[in-house]
Design a protein around this ligand. Structure first.
Ligand code: GRG
Length: 298
C-alpha cells in the first residue's frame, strides 16, 4: 500500500466514526429516510473531498476538529449527488460503491427523499457548527451552495451531462466537455480546496494556488473516472462500467481516445504537483494525492 493510500485510509477511519455521529436517531416512520441517508453516506466512499478539505485547511494551521463540520457537510452533499445520479431518471444504476444503489436498497421515493435530506442536512449541519466562526460559516455556505447549484455549479454540470449535444466541430465540442466536467465534477473538488483556504484565512495568492491545483486535479480525476469506465475492474470500481459509450456520453476519452486522455491527465497532474510545490514540504500529501487520483483503480 502506498503512503498516500495509508494516509487516506487512516483519515477515512477517523472521519467515518465522526460522520456517523452527525446523524441523530429518529423515531417513527420517518426513520426510513434517515436509514437511507446513513446507508448512502456510510457505505464506503473514498472520502477524497473531506480529505482534501482538511489537508488544505491544515496548510494554514487549522486543526481537523475545526475543519470537520465543513468536510462532513461536503461529503453529505456529495453523497446526495450520487444517490440522485443513480436514479432511473438519471443514470439508472443498480450499483454504487459496490453495493445496491439507494433506490434499489430502499425504493425510488425514499432515495429521492434521502438525497433531499442529505442536501438540506449538509447546510443545516454546517450552519450550526460552533467550531467555525460565524463569518467563515457564512462564507463557506455561499461557496458550497454556488458549487452545488444550478448557476454554474454541479446541477448545471449534470444538466449538460444529460442534455448537451455536439456543436458539430471539435473546438466547440472540447469547450462543452470542459465546461460540463468543470461544473459536474470540478466544482465540489474546487470547493474542498477553497474551503480549506477560507477556514485558514489564507492570503489571496495562496488561495489562488489552491484553486488552480484543484482545477487541474479535478480534470485529471474526471479523465481517470472515464478511463475506469472503459478499462476498470467492475469488482473494484463498485459500479456498472461501460456506460459512457453505451449512453454516448460527452467525455474527453470518448472524443480523443484513451491514449490522448491518459497523456492529458499526466500533464495535468504534473502541473498541479509543481504548482502546489509553492507550499514546500507541507504540500507533500497533496502532491501524492494528485498522483493517486489518476493511478487509482476505483
Ligand atoms: C444529481 C445534481 C446531481 C449531480 C450528480 C456526482 C454526479 C453529479 C454525477 C456522478 C457521475 C460521475 C461518475 C461523476 C464523475 C465524478 C464523480 C463525482 C465520481 C464519484 O466520486 P468518487 O470517486 O466517489 O470520489 P466515492 O464513492 O469514492 O465518494
Amino acid at each position: 500500500m502506498s503512503d498516500i493510500v495509508k494516509t487516506l485510509t487512516t483519515f477515512s477511519q477517523k472521519f467515518n466514526q465522526d460522520l456517523e455521529k452527525c446523524f441523530p436517531a429518529a423515531n417513527g416512520a420517518e426513520n426510513r429516510v434517515i436509514e437511507a441517508m446513513k446507508y448512502s453516506v456510510m457505505n464506503g466512499g473514498k472520502r477524497l473531498r473531506p480529505y482534501l478539505l482538511c489537508e488544505c485547511a491544515s496548510l494554514f494551521g487549522v486543526p481537523y476538529e475545526t475543519a470537520f463540520p465543513a468536510a462532513a457537510s461536503l461529503e453529505m452533499l456529495h453523497s446526495y449527488s450520487l444517490i440522485h445520479d443513480d436514479l432511473p431518471a438519471m443514470d439508472n444504476d443498480d450499483l454504487r460503491r459496490g453495493k445496491p444503489t439507494c433506490h434499489k436498497q430502499f425504493d425510488e421515493a425514499t432515495a429521492i427523499l434521502a438525497g433531499d435530506g442529505l442536501l438540506t442536512y449538509a447546510f443545516e449541519y454546517l450552519s450550526n457548527a460552533l467550531e467555525i466562526r460565524p463569518e467563515i460559516r457564512l462564507a463557506l455556505t455561499q461557496l458550497l451552495s454556488g458549487a452545488a447549484g444550478a448557476f454554474g455549479g454541479m446541477v448545471s454540470g449534470q444538466t449538460l451531462d444529460l442534455y448537451a449535444v455536439s456543436a458539430g466541430n471539435k473546438v466547440e465540442d472540447e469547450k462543452i466537455i470542459a465546461r460540463l466536467e468543470e461544473m459536474k465534477t470540478g466544482r465540489l473538488l474546487r470547493y474542498a480546496c477553497e474551503a480549506g483556504a477560507v477556514l485558514g484565512k489564507a492570503p489571496l495568492e495562496q488561495r489562488r494556488i489552491l484553486v488552480s491545483y484543484s482545477r487541474k486535479i479535478g480534470q485529471a480525476f474526471q479523465i481517470a473516472d472515464d478511463i475506469l469506465d472503459r478499462e476498470g475492474d467492475q469488482q473494484l470500481v463498485g459500479k456498472t462500467l461501460h456506460k459512457d459509450d453505451a449512453q454516448n456520453k460527452f467525455t474527453f476519452v470518448a472524443y480523443y481516445g484513451i491514449e490522448a486522455a491518459r497523456h492529458k491527465a499526466k500533464e495535468l497532474v504534473e502541473s498541479a504537483v509543481a504548482e502546489i510545490g509553492a507550499f514546500g514540504s507541507q504540500a507533500e500529501n497533496l502532491q501524492a494525492l494528485a498522483h493517486y487520483i489518476v493511478e487509482r483503480k476505483y
